[in-house]
Design a protein around this ligand. Structure first.
Ligand code: AHR
Length: 520
């Protein structure tokens, strides 16, 4: 080595020492080539709209007199915002509500529809003005796949079978004639059908053994009509890490009778369903840390259920659908406790980015997921207040991550530094990557550490690229959030912290941030 080269190497070492002194070691990351056939299903980016609080009534479906753009009573500013993040599927009518819902009460002339009490959510009196046709019109405006949950808990096999015939057949049966009379001559072609919801709880408090028998009975009469695509029958799955539920479903239900199996896993800031779950915006660093630690449990939960499924379904034919996930906090002070209305801070965005990275990294089995819920409920992407509307930090994560939808999965290798609070620690960094149809590589990076910037040096196997650009979501404080008066406190910005250095990508990832990089 010549003197000048030695000097240059010494200078590099010095600058590395200087930078690692401030920000810790540089994380070495490798983006692998992966399997060209393995895609991140777009359905991982699905949403959920239950008859709960102000999600449907007052959210998607508003008063005729409300001064906002509308199609009929569907709120179009909400639709436009959701169209921008490409909602691949929308689950409806619940949730717990689904097992009390009788679809016939929500079709035909609105004035003649019976009212009903929403027994799960605040005993609200609903007029059934938003029913099947209205939901499917909403889906068509959103350009999204409808995902219906059939009533198994308090309904009948006949009721579910009739709903399928009403929607999907094109023969002149009385139900099809009724659909045509109600304004839709063509079949709706709804293929995603959940057979019950949380059948271990609000869906009927069944044992796993009993539910699998019930499921098979319902699935037998869930008929695919020639005028519509074959049904995707979805088994109501486990609560969190309940391995027995998944094992029993996989053992008892023949693989050809199920397209998917679900899982519900929420992030509770305190980790407990009893007592206060914690505030959505008023929290300290210890509560922030616990929330993220609880969110990271999704990795172990998905791994556990996937391993059970692998025993019975080696070819991974059955999709694991995490069709309810998200942060569940206390409701906003002064709001109806049954309406589950909560604010949404930068912490929620970090949970969303982390959870979506976990799903992407399990895309061989996780082929669908639904954030709970789309508007005004739990970890919503949109909040409304009469004619006002805001996009939450979580919305911006879905905006960033839409590039992963149906892209080729690229596995990542790295060891994350720790983020420690007291004697406890979690990995500070999580990430996932994909390559889109045009060959652009996208890497989503989340730094959970609220204090330390992370330095990354990334090698990409088998990818040639010239430029890197990026966008970032971060804010001054971990509990910053958007209000109707200040809707842009937490917003996306362009990111200049990534550079090409030789063949490698060098990134300086700010604390408490979600970043999406694009390499072309
Ligand atoms: O998303 C709110 C509720 O959480 C759903 O209705 C139910 O399925 C779950 O317990």
């Amino acid at each position: 080595m010549t003197f000048s080269k030695r000097l240059a190497a010494f200078a590099t070492t010095l600058s590395l020492v200087a930078s690692t002194g401030a920000a810790g070691q540089t994380v070495q990351m490798v983006v692998q080539a992966g399997d060209p056939k393995l895609q991140i299903s777009k359905h991982i980016y699905g949403h959920f709209a239950e008859h709960l609080g102000r999600c449907i009534y007052g959210g998607f479906w508003v008063d005729e007199k409300l001064d906002v753009p509308k199609q009929g009573r569907i709120r179009m500013d909400v639709v436009e915002a959701l169209r921008k993040i490409k909602v691949p599927n929308l689950r409806w009518p619940g949730g717990c509500f689904a097992d009390t819902y009788h679809w016939r009460d929500g079709v035909g002339p609105t004035a003649q529809r019976p009212k009903m009490l929403n027994m799960w959510w605040g005993n609200n009196l609903e007029d059934n003005s938003f029913g099947t046709h209205e939901f499917l019109e909403l889906c068509s405006l959103l350009g999204t796949e409808p995902y219906l949950a059939a009533n198994v808990g308090s309904g009948t096999v006949q009721e579910m079978a009739s709903w399928m015939e009403y929607l999907n057949s094109n023969d002149d049966t009385p139900l099809v004639l009724e659909r045509r009379k109600n304004g839709h001559s063509e079949p709706y072609k709804v293929s995603w059908w959940g057979i019950g919801n949380e059948s271990w709880g609000c869906g009927g408090n069944m044992t796993a053994q009993y539910y699998t028998d019930v499921y098979k009975r319902y699935a037998t009469f869930a008929h695919s009509y020639p005028a519509s695509p074959p049904l995707k029958k979805i088994v109501s799955g486990a609560n969190g890490d309940d391995a027995n539920w998944t094992e029993t479903c996989m053992k008892n239900i023949p693989l050809n009778q199920m397209w998917g199996l679900t899982l519900h896993q929420y992030t509770l800031p305190t980790g407990s369903w009893s007592g206060s779950k914690g505030s959505a915006t008023n929290f300290d660093e210890a509560q922030y840390f616990n929330t993220l630690k609880n969110c990271l449990k999704m990795e172990a939960v998905v791994t556990k259920h996937a391993a059970i499924m692998n025993k019975y379904d080696k070819d991974k034919k059955v999709a694991l659908l995490v069709d309810e996930w998200g942060v569940w906090t206390d409701v906003e002070p002064g709001t109806n406790p049954g309406f589950l209305y909560q604010q949404n801070s930068l912490r929620d965005a970090l949970v969303a980015g982390t959870t979506l990275n976990i799903f992407n990294n399990h895309c061989d089995r996780v082929r669908g997921a639904n954030l709970a819920q789309a508007v005004n409920v739990l970890q919503a992407v949109i909040l409304t207040d009469k004619e006002k509307m805001l996009l939450t930090p979580t919305y911006h994560v879905f905006d960033l991550y839409q590039v992963h939808q149906d892209s080729q999965y690229l596995p990542l290798q790295f060891t994350s530094p720790d983020y420690a609070v007291g004697s406890d620690k979690i990995p500070a960094l999580n990430a996932s990557a994909s390559k889109d149809a045009k060959g652009a590589v996208h890497i989503s990076l989340v730094n959970l550490d609220p204090h330390k910037m992370l330095k990354l040096e990334t090698a990409l196997a088998g990818v040639s690229w010239k430029n890197v650009t990026g966008r970032i979501l971060t804010s001054g404080k971990i509990n910053d959030y958007n209000t109707f008066d200040k809707p842009n406190t937490v917003k996306l910005a362009s990111f200049a912290g990534a550079k090409k250095r030789g063949d490698k990508l060098a990134v300086e990832l700010p604390p408490k941030s979600v970043v999406m990089l694009e390499l072309k």
